[in-house]
Ligand binder design. Structure first.
Ligand SMILES: Nc1ncnc2c1ncn2[C@@H]1O[C@H](COP(=O)(O)OP(=O)(O)OP(=O)(O)O)[C@@H](O)[C@H]1O
Ligand SMILES: [Mg+2]
Length: 247
């Protein structure tokens, strides 16, 4: 692989303080505090409905929090619209991929690189993405909608990388994928971290996620039920409870 480090994407950290958010009357996040440290993998794990996607969408600027702060390397960004966050390198790879089915793989990837931050590096990043995901390179002219689920997830990840992320928000990147493809994704995430990207990953696959995470938060009903290193959390009864809904 050519030098994968996006030198222009200086590592940043992302912090959340006392974050509340929901949908109208429905309160989902009820006071979240967390930190995704520079160039590390931070996991947010929790059962269905715990609030992982809501958190990711708030961080990406797609949902406005009712209160609380979000800081990017010390600067409050909670009032900024999505495009300004993307311009600073905060990039979401959404749950369910959300690729454009009627556009080719190449066109989908190029759409990731429309910002002033990413555009000048477009060709070079495209090469890096194609090296990282040879399957995408082989299918570069194929329509996004005709890719398999796993290939679509690679495309969604590739599109995120095209944006030159400094903070990459990955919402359940292995959801619904065959074990082999999920393993590939779990192998790639640490490589992205090693390139200097700050990763915040929401996952239900507890054990595999804790194994790659430098630090993890367990979300339960919109609150942090436990936090710690992956190793410590594997032993924590709160984790079991958060998943099974009982002790
Ligand atoms: N658009 C919406 N309107 C109303 N309630 C919503 C909406 N989206 C999510 N919710 C509710 O918010 C809560 C948290 O949902 P969220 O999608 O954040 O959970 P999650 O942890 O991502 O779950 P999963 O693992 O299933 O993806 C759930 O109770 C859900 O029903
Ligand atoms: Mg979700």
């Amino acid at each position: 692989m050519t030098d994968p480090s996006p030198a222009h994407a200086a590592a940043q950290d992302l912090g959340v303080q006392a974050l509340h958010a929901g949908y109208g009357e429905i309160k989902v996040l009820q006071g979240i505090d967390l930190v995704a440290r520079k160039a590390s993998i931070t996991a947010v794990v929790g059962a269905n409905g715990a609030g992982k996607t809501t958190l990711m969408q708030v961080l990406a600027g797609l949902i406005t929090p009712s209160s609380g702060t979000i800081s990017l390397s010390g600067t409050a960004i909670q009032a900024q619209p999505t495009h300004r966050r993307v311009a600073q390198g905060v990039v979401l790879v959404p749950e369910g991929r959300k690729i454009f089915p009627d556009l080719s793989v190449r066109e989908n990837l190029l759409l990731g690189a429309v910002t002033a931050r990413a555009r000048p590096h477009r060709d070079e990043t495209m090469e890096q993405v194609c090296t990282m995901f040879p399957r995408l390179a082989e299918r570069i002219g194929q329509l996004g909608g005709t890719l398999s689920g796993g290939e679509q997830q690679m495309l969604a990840l590739g599109r995120g990388l095209m944006a030159q992320p400094s903070v990459l928000l990955l919402d359940e990147p292995t959801l619904g994928l065959a074990p082999g493809i999920a393993r590939q994704i779990f192998r790639i995430v640490p490589r992205l971290r090693d390139m200097g990207i700050t990763i915040l990953i929401a996952e239900q696959d507890l054990h595999r996620t804790l194994r790659i995470a430098d630090y993890a938060y367990v979300l339960e009903n919109g609150l942090v039920a436990a936090e710690g290193t992956g190793e410590a959390l594997e032993q924590d009864p709160a984790v079991r409870r958060a998943y099974l809904g009982r002790d």
